[in-house]
Structure formats: structure tokens, C-alpha cells
Design a protein around this ligand. Sequence first.
Ligand code: AVI
Length: 330
Amino acid sequence: MKNIENMQAELNPAEKKKSSQFYHDVITGLSAQPKYLNSKYFYDAVGDKLFQDLMNCDEYYPTNCELEIFSEKTAEICRAIIADGDAFDLIELGAGDATKSAYLLGYLLENKVDFTYLPIDISDNVISYLNITLPVTLPGIKIKGLNGEYFDMMEKAAAVSNKRKVVMFLGSNIGNLNYEDAVGFCRNMRGHLSQGDMLLIGFDLKKNPKTVLAAYNDKEGITKRFNLNLLERINRELGGNFDVTKFEHYPTYDPESGACKSYLVSICDQEVNIGSQTIRFLKDEYIFMEISQKFSIGQTDEMANRSGFKPVDHFFDSRKWFTDAIWIAE
Ligand code: AVI
């Protein structure tokens, strides 16, 4: 097996920086009591593919709910973001393949609205794909894809023009932060915006606890593989030797707090080596992997108010399982 130093020597400087941050975060999390890993590291090429599979599986409802909102409420959402009709920059954080936003983009183009689409994504593949395909599928679109971390790219977006900004942060990605971190994220976002700018933000809502839990415990075991892939990623990229058959996926949902949490539980006493570090697990010791917070409307409004926004609109799917809220920067 290669050691971490040899693996890093093969990387370019940017990759090396990312890899040492990954190593640092993994060792910090696995040395803590209780152990944890950051779910932002789920998304390597394998994790992206597993997440795609998850979005297509029967139990994982959030994607379909939000697609329903964007396809059924297109005109209403567009009217809200067009506001007084002045030109604006439409920024999307974590744009992916832009399936949902394509409904809005199509409507805005048909109605000759003056806007520029600025998708932001950490993956350069995603950005080149959007820069190439969207002008073909949506002729006339003005697009400028930005590849990098959200807030670094928000700064670049601000330099692109001084037009009004409308930022989309969809998919209930905000739920992958604990509540205080989510408020911190929204405050940071507010700091990158001017008064009157807008945020269109998706929240997965509290609902029947069995429905929520099933979405994170699908019968095919995709969520389980999605979680275990992070251990495999540590093996691949950091020279770890996790035996993933020695960990069980344990999802939980607390309907009172709305916290849906995933853990990996060690089925035996074991030692895992990552680079020069040895991590010891006792039987039944867990790694906290991810929070997927579910919200009440009151909680989403409170989050807006605490972070310098005014909540002005909510769009729902027919079952009221998900909402896309419009907030205005105060
Ligand atoms: C990306 N994020 C909003 C997903 C969620 O529902 O928390 C990630 C996910 N984790 C397990 N399944 C899906």
C-alpha cells in the first residue's frame, strides 16, 4: 500500500492542498470523542454517482418534491424573482446538472427577461458541461459558469456586474449543516449580497417520521453505500485500510427536533490505519456521518430573520413535504 506522502507527491499543488485539508479533517474527526466525519466529503466521483442513484430511488422524495415545485410553479417563482423587472444575475450554488433551474431559465428566456445565469460548482466537470450544453438546450442564454468554493465564487460573481443578485441554494443542502452553522452560512451569504438581493432556498419539511427515515434507509442500500463510500474514499485517497464490512449503517430520525442523522457503527473492536495514524474503534462505537435537518416553516422564517433576510414567499409541492422560500436581503 502507498503511504500518504507518496500519494500526495503525485498531485498538483491545488490537489495537494485539498488532499491535506481532507486528511486533516478526517484525522481530527476520527480522533474526537464521539467520532465524526464531514459529509461534504461524500461527493467524490463514486459518491456523485451514488447520490444520482439515490435521487432516482423510490424512497428518496426531496428531489421529486422540488422538481414538482419548479415544474408546476415556474411562472409564480419567476414573477417573484423578476420583481420590478430590472436586469439581474441569477446565481446557483451547487448547480449540478441544473435540471430544476432549467424550468426557470426556460421561462425567463421565453419571456425575454434580462438576466445572466452564473452557476457555481466545486466540480470543473459540472461547470464545463453547463457552459457547453445550456447554450444548445436554451438558445440565447447568457451563462458564465464559476468553478470553485461557494463564497470565493460569490466574490467573483460580484465582480462580474453590479446588477441585482438572485441566489438559488436548492435541494435542502442547508439541512446538511446543524442549525447554528446554517444560520452562520446564511449570514455569510447575506454579507456577500446587497439590500434587495434575493435568496431562493430549498428546505425539506417535517413530515411523517416513517417517510423521512425510509428516505435515508432505502431498501436497495444505496444510502448505506453512500456513507460507506467515504471510508473507501479515505482508503483510496489517504492510504487508509478500512474494512467496510466491519461497519453498519445506522440512520435515525427524531420527529421532535427534525434531526435526521446517519451513523456508521463498528461491529467489533478494531484498528484502522490512515497514513501514519492509527484509529481505534471499540465494538458498537459509532462515527457520526451526516445530519439532514427537517424544518418547520417557523424555523425557516426564523433562520431568515436571524441572518439578515426577510422571508417573503414560500412555494410548496402538492403534499407540502418541501418548500422553496424566497428571502430578501434587508
Ligand atoms: C445533499 N443532501 C441535501 C442530501 C440529504 O438529503 O441530506 C444528501 C443525502 N444523504 C443521504 N441521502 C441524501
